[in-house]
Ligand binder design. Structure first.
Ligand SMILES: Nc1ncnc2c1ncn2[C@@H]1O[C@H](COP(=O)(O)OP(=O)(O)OP(=O)(O)O)[C@@H](O)[C@H]1O
Ligand SMILES: [Mg+2]
Length: 269
C-alpha cells in the first residue's frame, strides 16, 4: 500500500464532501477526502477502487493515494474542519483518500469547466470522455461525469490536459448497488461525443473492461481498509464480483444510451 504522510494544510476545496488540499511528504499535493465527510465513509473506498479500475483500463485519473493525517496536523490547523449540518467537526486523523493534484498548485491552472472553444482543443478529449462513458456505465456512477482541465500557468494559449475526477458515487454511493439507467452519465457538453460513429468508437476501453480478469479486480481492493467500508466491509468482495459479472453488459448499455431520449451520439448512424 502506498501510504503518504500529509505534512501541511494548503487550502479548502469546493465540493459537497468538503475536501482539503494537503501537501504530503513525497512533495506532491493531494485533494483529500476525510472519513467523516458529510457524504458517506464509503466515498473513500469508492474513490480508491474506482481510481484504480480507471487506471487499469487506461483512463487519465489523478493518482489515488492513501494519505496518513496525523492528529498533530489536525490540531495545528483550525481550517481542517468540516461543516456537518449546523455543526462543525474537526477533520478525522488517520488514513484518508487523496487524489494527486496535477503539478505544483502555484504553477498550475486547474479548472472544472472550459468554454467550447478551449474544450475542443483539450488533449485526448474524445478518448478521455468516451472511455469515461464506458467506465461510468460499468461502475454505475450515480454522479454527473466530472473532469478537471489543467495547464501550466505560464503557457497561456497552450492546450489543456484533462483528468477524470470524483468517483465517490460510483457503485451508487454508500449503497454498493447498480441502479442502471440509459440516460445516466452523459456529459452535458455534448461536443465531447461528436466523434462517436458506433461501438468501435469506445475502443480500446470497451474491450479492456470486457476482458478484465478476477485477479485484476481483486488487486484493486485487497488493501482498502475496513474502516472505509462502513458497516459491512466484506461487501467489498461482493462488489468486485458484481463488477466482474457486469463487465460484459457494458456494450448493451452503450446501445441503450444511444437509443435513449437524450440521443447523445448524433453521428452514430
Ligand atoms: N486531483 C485533483 N487535482 C486538482 N483539483 C481537484 C482534484 N480532485 C478534485 N479537485 C477539485 O476539487 C473539487 C472537488 O472535488 P470533488 O468533485 O471530487 O469533490 P465532491 O465533494 O465530490 O464535489 P461535488 O460537490 O461535485 O460532489 C473539484 O471540483 C475540483 O475542482
Ligand atoms: Mg464533485
Amino acid at each position: 500500500m502506498l501510504r503518504i504522510r500529509a505534512v501541511e494544510f494548503v487550502r479548502r476545496m469546493r465540493g459537497a464532501s468538503q475536501p482539503h488540499l494537503l501537501r504530503c511528504e513525497d512533495g506532491g499535493d493531494y485533494v483529500v477526502k476525510f472519513q467523516n465527510n458529510p457524504q458517506h465513509v464509503r466515498v473513500l473506498a469508492n474513490e480508491m477502487l474506482a481510481g484504480r479500475l480507471a487506471l487499469l483500463i487506461g483512463l487519465p485519473v489523478p493518482l489515488p493515494a492513501f494519505v496518513e493525517v496525523s492528529p498533530e496536523l489536525i490540531a495545528g490547523n483550525p481550517l481542517l474542519e468540516l461543516e456537518i449540518g449546523s455543526r462543525r467537526e474537526r477533520c478525522a486523523a488517520g488514513l484518508q483518500f487523496g487524489s494527486r493534484f496535477p503539478g505544483i498548485p502555484s504553477q498550475t491552472l486547474v479548472v472544472d469547466f472550459l468554454p467550447d472553444r478551449l474544450l475542443r482543443r483539450v488533449k485526448d478529449l474524445a478518448p478521455t470522455f468516451l472511455g469515461a462513458f464506458v467506465f461510468d456505465k460499468w461502475t454505475c456512477n450515480c454522479n454527473g461525469r466530472q473532469a478537471i482541465f489543467y495547464r501550466s500557468v505560464d503557457q497561456e494559449g497552450s492546450a489543456y490536459s484533462a483528468a477524470l475526477i470524483d468517483h465517490g458515487f460510483c457503485f451508487n454511493d454508500g449503497d454498493w448497488s447498480f441502479p442502471d439507467s440509459p440516460i445516466r452519465g452523459i456529459y452535458p457538453r455534448r461536443l465531447v461525443y461528436e466523434s462517436v460513429r458506433g461501438l468501435q468508437s469506445f475502443e480500446p476501453f470497451l474491450s479492456r473492461v470486457e476482458n478484465l480478469e478476477t485477479s485484476e479486480l481483486e488487486s484493486c481492493v485487497h488493501d482498502i481498509p475496513a474502516e472505509w467500508c462502513g458497516e459491512q466491509p466484506p461487501q467489498l468482495l461482493r462488489l468486485i464480483e458484481r463488477l466482474y459479472e457486469r463487465r460484459r453488459r457494458v456494450r448493451q448499455a452503450l446501445i441503450d444510451a444511444r437509443n435513449s431520449s437524450l440521443a447523445p451520439f448524433p453521428n452514430w448512424a
